[in-house]
Write a protein that binds this ligand. Structure first.
Ligand code: SF4
Length: 228
């Protein structure tokens, strides 16, 4: 694996931001909406998740007590566009049960709890993996937690930063041990990776139009090895 320093990572991020602009994540009107959006965005495009969030909002249910009272049978048909909607309706109920019990349904209480404690408790909930939990921590609670995902794995391994079989924790540690604990940076860095992975660094990558193929000290190992 190639040596990757903070300077490399900041340069990589700057190249993406210069090319694609700030991504302004997470697009929502409230922190509670961000949490529900993070659950609905599991394994689906943001378009489908956003449509489901809007349906809950239009039904006047984007409030913790009302949503819990509505129950999974009411929620599921409204969030159909997010796919796996029965599972996701159950996950929303599981989260709400924890949220109402532990935080009285108040985001400010949730945000005031120790970050590691919240992370561990959410990870215990059925259907909550590290990507969803860390998205909640970073984007809803504004905690300095780097979010990794399948795009991070693909792009990081192609750049030569780590191998493709690295664990989620390994990817997260890779970024957090190099970058300062900077919440806006963590916020937009992950969003830039998603943009790149979704539009350019696909399974069949469009290296010729990629802003991080060659940029200052950045040289993508995959693009050079494959002569793309
Ligand atoms: S140069 Fe190609 S392989 Fe490397 S990050 Fe860009 S699109 Fe992906």
């Amino acid at each position: 694996m190639s040596e990757c320093t903070i300077t490399h990572l900041v340069s990589f991020y700057s190249a993406l931001k210069d090319a694609h602009g700030l991504q302004h994540w997470w697009p929502s009107e409230s922190r509670f909406e961000t949490i529900i959006g993070a659950i609905l965005a599991q394994s689906v495009s943001w378009t489908g998740a956003h449509k489901a969030v809007c349906a809950l909002k239009d039904a006047g249910l984007l409030e913790p007590h009302l949503l819990f009272k509505a129950g999974p049978d009411t929620i599921a048909p409204l969030i159909r566009s997010s796919l796996y909607y029965n599972q996701k309706a159950r996950k929303i109920m599981i989260f709400l049960s924890w949220f109402l019990d532990t935080c009285d349904g108040e985001i400010s209480k949730m945000a005031s709890l120790p970050c590691l404690m919240v992370r561990e408790e959410l990870l215990q909930l059925s259907g909550f993996g590290p990507e969803t939990v860390d998205s909640i921590l970073l984007y809803a609670l504004e905690k300095p937690v780097f979010v990794a995902d399948a795009y991070t794995r693909r792009i990081g391994s192609r750049q030569g930063w780590f191998s493709e079989d690295i664990t989620y924790a390994g990817m997260q540690e890779f970024f957090m041990s190099r970058l300062p604990q900077d919440i806006p940076l963590y916020n937009d860095f992950h969003a830039q990776i998603v943009y790149l992975g979704n539009r350019i660094c696909k399974k069949n990558p469009g290296c010729s139009s990629c802003p991080v193929r060659d940029h200052g000290i950045i040289q993508c190992r995959y693009a050079h090895n494959m002569n793309r």
